[in-house]
Design a protein around this ligand. Structure first.
Ligand code: SAH
Ligand code: SF4
Ligand code: F3S
Length: 469
C-alpha cells in the first residue's frame, strides 16, 4: 500500500504566515471584517469548516450568520445526492444580488461538490461572482488563497485531482463546547457503485495515532464530554501508517485517556466490522453503546451490484454477535431505496432486515445518480412514484419501531449528557442517553455539559422526554 503524504510542518508554517499577513491587512480596515461560513453534508465537512473558521479567525475575521454583513462568504458543499447540489447552486446564485450591493465581498466555494469537474466548470462559466473554488485536497492552502485574492485581482480555481494528503496543525474554531469531532482518517477506497465520495475525497489515509491522541487529550482538558472519531470507514483505520495499527487499538488508546467523557465513532463498514471491534467496544467503558452500521439494502443481488462486499446473512450475523456482547446496544443504519434495477420484491428484503434487527433510528435516502459512478450507467426502469411508495413503506415501518423502542425507555433513569439548550418553555435542555437518543429535559442552563441522572417520563417516535433526578 502507498504511504500517505503528510504536508510538511514547514509548508503548514507557511500557511500560518499567510494568516498573519492577512491579519496585518485586515487590521488596517476601518471595521473588523466578518465571515459567513455555511456547511452542507456530513460531519467530515463540519470538521473541515471548523478548520476554515480557525484560519479565518487567525486572519482577523469575526463571524456572522448574515451574508449581507460578510466580507467573506465560504460555502462548504456536498455532492452525495443531487438535492444537496441543487441547494448549493440555488443559494450561490442568490448571492449575486448580495455581491451587487457589496462588490468587495469575496465568495468562496469548497468541499466535495466543487471537486467534480462538471461542477467546477459550471461555476467557472456561469457563476462569475464566485471568486475562489477549492476542493478538499487544497483546503490546507486556504490562507494562501485568501491572501492572493486580497492582494491581486482575478479568480482562483484549485481542484487538483490527487489521492489526498494529511495536514496537521491548522487552527480550529469549534462550533460546540460539549461535543467535538476528531477526524482520524480521510478518503475512501471502497467505491460502492452509487457513491461519489471516493472520487472527491481521494484515497483512504490515516492520521498518526499520536496526533489523534494529543487532540483528544486537549479536548478533554478543555472540558469536551462527547468526542466522535470520524472517517468514511473507520474500521480500516491505520492500514497505511508507517507502523500499521487497527481501529480497535486506537479506540483502546483513546479510552485510556484520563477524564469523564464519551467516545463515539462513525462510519463503520459492515465488511470491516470485526469481532475484535465489538469486544473492544464492550470492554472500553468510555465507548458509547451505539453503532452506526449502514447496510444500504437487504437483498444480496442488490448488495452485490452496489459493490458492498457483504451479504445480508453476514450483516445479520455481525449484529447478532454484537447484541450478544452489548445487549443494550443502540443500532442505526443508512438505507438507499430505489437503487437501479431494485424491484419492489427485492426492496421488501430491506424491510425484513428492519424487522429482524429493530434499529433505533435510520437515515433513509432515495437513490440519486451521481455522474461518473458505475451505478449512474445502470438501467433504472422503476418509476419515481414506485420508489417513493417503497420509501414511504420503509419510513412508516421504522417510525413504528422507533416509537416502540422509545416507549420502552419510559420509567428508566439513565446517566445522560446534557448537551444543549432549547427554546421549549417546558423542556429547556436537550440531553443524550448513553446510546445517543435525544431526550428533552426540564431544567435550567447551568446543567449544560454535565452528566446527570435523567428519569425518562415520556416518548414519541422522534425523542424522549425526562426530568433531572
Ligand atoms: N462512508 C459511509 C457513508 C457516507 S455517505 C458509509 O459507507 O456508510 C452517507 C450515506 O449516503 C450512505 O451510507 C448512503 O446511504 C447514502 N448515499 C450515498 N450515495 C448515495 C446516492 N448516490 N444516492 C442516495 N444515497 C446515497
Ligand atoms: Fe461511499 Fe461506500 Fe465509501 Fe461509504 S464506503 S463513502 S458509501 S464508497
Ligand atoms: Fe457530502 Fe462529501 Fe460528506 S459528498 S456526505 S460532504 S464526504
Amino acid at each position: 500500500m502507498d504511504r500517505t503524504t503528510v504536508i510538511s510542518p514547514a509548508d503548514i508554517e507557511k500557511q500560518l504566515a499567510f494568516c498573519r499577513a492577512v491579519a496585518r491587512l485586515t487590521a488596517q480596515w476601518p471595521d473588523r471584517p466578518l465571515a459567513f461560513v455555511d456547511t452542507y453534508g456530513c460531519q467530515q465537512n463540519e470538521a473541515d469548516s471548523e478548520r476554515i473558521r480557525g484560519c479565518l479567525e487567525q486572519m482577523g475575521f469575526g463571524f456572522t450568520q448574515d451574508e449581507e454583513q460578510a466580507r467573506i462568504v465560504v460555502i462548504n458543499t456536498c455532492a452525495i445526492r443531487e438535492h444537496a447540489e441543487q441547494r448549493v447552486f440555488g443559494n450561490v446564485g442568490a448571492l449575486v444580488h448580495v455581491k451587487r450591493r457589496h462588490p468587495e465581498q469575496l465568495i468562496c466555494l469548497c468541499g466535495c461538490m466543487v471537486q467534480q469537474p462538471h461542477a467546477a466548470q459550471k461555476l467557472r462559466e456561469s457563476y462569475r461572482h464566485v471568486d475562489l473554488v477549492f476542493g478538499p485536497h487544497a483546503l490546507w492552502k486556504f490562507p494562501e488563497m485568501v491572501h492572493t485574492l486580497l492582494t491581486q485581482r482575478g479568480r482562483i480555481f484549485q481542484t487538483p485531482d490527487e489521492a489526498g494528503s494529511i495536514a496537521e496543525g491548522l487552527p480550529v474554531v469549534r462550533q460546540d463546547s460539549v461535543k467535538a469531532w476528531v477526524s482520524i482518517m480521510y478518503g475512501c477506497n471502497n467505491f460502492c457503485s452509487y457513491c461519489i465520495v471516493p472520487y472527491v475525497r481521494g484515497r483512504e489515509r490515516s492520521r498518526r495515532p499520536e496526533d489523534i491522541l494529543a487532540e483528544v487529550r486537549q479536548l478533554v482538558e478543555e472540558g469536551y464530554k462527547d468526542i466522535t472519531l470520524l472517517g468514511q470507514n473507520v474500521n480500516s483505520y491505520g492500514k497505511d501508517l508507517a507502523e500499521p495499527m487497527d481501529f480497535s487499538t486506537l479506540l483502546e488508546e483513546v479510552n485510556a485517556i484520563p477524564g469523564d467523557f464519551l467516545i463515539r465513532f462513525m462510519t463503520s463498514h459492515p465488511k470491516d466490522a470485526t469481532q475484535k471491534l465489538f469486544e473492544t467496544m464492550a470492554r472500553c467503558q468510555k465507548v458509547a453503546p451505539v453503532l452506526h452500521l449502514p447496510f444500504q439494502a437487504g437483498n444480496d443481488r442488490i448488495l452485490k451490484v452496489m459493490n458492498r462486499r457483504h451479504t445480508r446473512a453476514e450483516y445479520l450475523e455481525k449484529i447478532k454477535a454484537l447484541k450478544a456482547l452489548i445487549p443494550d446496544i443502540v443500532l442505526t443504519s443508512d438505507i438507499i431505496v430505489g437503487f437501479p434495477g431494485e424491484t419492489t420484491e427485492e426492496f421488501e428484503d430491506t424491510l425484513k432486515v428492519l424487522e429482524e434487527v429493530r434499529f433505533d433510528a435510520l437515515f433513509t435516502f432515495i437513490y440519486s445518480p451521481r455522474q461518473g459512478t458505475p451505478a449512474a450507467k445502470m438501467g433504472d426502469p422503476m418509476p419515481r412514484e414506485e420508489k417513493l411508495a417503497n420509501f414511504n413503506r420503509l419510513t412508516a415501518l421504522q417510525d413504528a419501531i422507533s416509537e416502540e423502542k422509545h416507549a420502552a425507555y419510559v420509567g428508566k433513569t439513565l446517566r445522560c449528557l446534557i448537551d444543549g439548550l432549547s427554546d421549549d418553555i417546558r423542556y429547556g435542555l436537550t440531553a443524550r442517553t448513553p446510546g445517543n437518543r435525544l431526550v428533552r429535559v426540564a431544567g435550567d442552563p447551568s446543567a449544560l455539559g454535565q452528566f446527570r441522572q435523567v428519569k425518562i417520563t415520556g416518548a414519541n417516535k422522534w425523542s424522549l422526554f425526562g426530568e433531572l433526578v
